[in-house]
Design a protein around this ligand. Structure first.
Ligand SMILES: C[S@@+](CC[C@H](N)C(=O)[O-])C[C@H]1O[C@@H](n2cnc3c(N)ncnc32)[C@H](O)[C@@H]1O
Length: 362
C-alpha cells in the first residue's frame, strides 16, 4: 500500500463535491464512501441514509471527517464556516479553540486536535492538508515568478468581463512552461506523492502528460467557465476561496440544515476499501480517486466480489486521475461512456476521468 496515504494529505477536497451529492439517493439504507478530506462525504449525510460507512487508510483523515460532521451538527452556520476556515471572522468573537470544545468529540479525537492547535487556531482546517499546501505553494510561486495579477480575472462578474481580464492579465505560454516544470514526474514525486504520482510514465494510462493535461483543462476552465464560482482554482491561484459563490457543497446552508436534522448512523473504518466493499451491500458508493493508486491486479475483478444483495439501481462513482487501471464491467453492472464524459466536464476541478457504474436488475 502506498506510503503516500499517511497523516493529513487532504483537508478541502480536490474533487468537486457537488457531483456525488447530486447523484446520492435520498433516504437510502446505506451509503459507502471513501473519506479523504471528508468534504465529499459530509454532504452525503444531508441525504439522510440510515447508515453511512466512511473508509480511509489514514486515521487522520477519518478524524477530520468526524470533526467536520460534529461542527456541521453543533455549530451555528456562521460559526461552522469560520471554524473550518472558509471565513476568517465571526461576529461574536469566539475563537476556534473555544468552538472545538462545543463539538462533543470523543476524548481521543479532541486530544489529537488540541495537540495540533497551533496549526488550525489562526486559519482553520481547510488549508491544512499536504496536498492543499503543496498546490497553494505552487500558486504563490506562479504568481511571483510570472508577476501575474490573477485577482481581476477572479473578480469578473461574468464571462465577458473575465475574457477581458484574461486578455490583460493571463500569460498562457508562461503557464504552459510552468506546468511542465512543476508537474514533471521527478518534482511531483519528490515534493508530494512519495513515488505514487499517478501521472508518472510508468503509471499514466492517458495519452497526454500530466503537465499537458493540466494546462489543457485549466485553460479550458478559464476560457469557458466563470471562475469566480470555482473554489479549486481560487485555492491554487488566490491561496484561499475568496468568493462564497465558489464554496463547495459542504458550505451550502440548506445542506448544513439537513445534516443537522439527519439521523444517520455513522461508522468510520480505517481499512482498505477493497476489503470493506466485500462485507455488506450499500445503495450508493463514492469511491473517490483511489483506483489511480491501485494495480490492475487489485481491481481487475472487484465487481464480481461485491455482495449479491446490492439492490438494482445502486450506483458507484469511481474517479481516476491520469491512471485508470483495467477492471471488468459485466452484467448486472453497466456504465455509460457519454455520461462519464459529461461528469468529468462538469467537475469544476477537471482533474478526473469518471466511471459511473449502475447495477441493473438483470
Ligand atoms: C487519493 S485521495 C483523494 C482525496 C480527495 N480527492 C479529497 O478531496 O479529499 C482518497 C483518499 O483515499 C484514501 N485511500 C487511498 N487508497 C485507499 C484504499 N485502498 N482504501 C481506503 N482508503 C484509501 C487516501 O488516504 C485518501 O484520503
Amino acid at each position: 500500500m502506498s506510503k503516500y496515504f499517511e497523516g493529513l494529505n487532504y483537508s478541502l477536497a480536490n474533487e468537486d463535491t457537488w457531483i456525488e451529492f447530486r447523484l446520492a439517493p435520498q433516504n437510502a439504507k446505506s451509503i459507502f464512501t471513501v473519506c479523504g478530506s471528508g468534504s465529499r462525504a459530509t454532504p452525503l449525510l444531508a441525504r439522510n441514509p440510515e447508515e453511512i460507512h466512511v473508509v480511509d487508510l489514514s486515521e487522520t483523515q477519518l478524524k477530520l471527517f468526524r470533526l467536520r460532521v460534529r461542527a456541521a451538527k453543533v455549530l451555528s452556520y456562521e460559526n461552522y464556516l469560520y471554524f473550518l476556515g472558509y471565513t476568517q471572522f465571526t461576529k461574536n468573537y469566539l475563537n476556534r479553540t473555544i468552538l472545538i470544545r462545543e463539538l462533543g468529540l470523543s476524548e481521543e479525537d479532541l486530544i489529537f486536535w488540541k495537540d495540533l492547535e497551533t496549526l488550525w487556531n489562526d486559519h482553520g482546517f481547510v488549508y491544512l492538508g499536504k496536498w492543499e499546501r503543496h498546490f497553494m505553494k505552487l500558486g504563490r510561486l506562479f504568481k511571483s515568478i510570472s508577476m501575474s495579477n490573477m485577482d481581476p480575472i477572479f473578480e469578473a462578474k461574468n464571462l465577458e468581463e473575465q475574457q477581458l481580464a484574461l486578455n490583460k492579465y493571463w500569460k498562457p505560454e508562461f503557464f504552459r512552461r510552468y506546468t511542465q516544470v512543476v508537474m514533471n514526474e521527478w518534482v511531483a514525486n519528490k515534493l508530494l506523492y512519495k513515488g505514487s504520482f499517478a501521472g508518472s510514465k510508468s503509471n499514466n494510462t492517458m495519452k497526454v502528460s500530466a503537465a499537458e493535461f493540466i494546462y489543457r483543462e485549466f485553460s479550458d476552465l478559464l476560457q469557458t467557465t466563470h471562475i469566480r464560482k470555482n473554489y479549486f482554482l481560487q485555492m491554487i491561484f488566490l491561496n484561499h476561496i475568496k468568493y462564497p459563490e465558489a464554496f463547495p457543497a459542504e458550505c451550502d446552508p440548506e445542506i448544513i440544515e439537513k445534516i443537522k436534522q439527519s439521523h444517520t448512523h455513522i461508522q468510520t473504518h480505517q481499512k482498505n476499501l477493497l476489503e470493506l466493499l466485500k462485507e455488506s451491500p450499500h445503495d450508493f458508493y463514492s469511491l473517490s480517486d483511489t483506483f489511480s493508486y491501485m494495480s490492475d491486479d487489485e481491481v481487475a475483478n472487484f465487481l464480481s466480489g461485491l455482495p449479491k444483495e446490492i439492490a438494482p439501481s445502486s450506483q458507484m462513482v469511481i474517479r481516476t486521475f491520469m491512471r485508470k487501471p483495467g477492471f471488468a464491467i459485466s452484467s448486472p453492472w453497466t456504465s455509460d461512456i457519454a455520461l462519464n464524459k459529461e461528469m468529468a466536464r462538469k467537475d469544476c476541478t477537471r482533474m478526473y476521468e469518471f466511471t459511473l457504474l449502475t447495477k441493473t436488475s438483470l
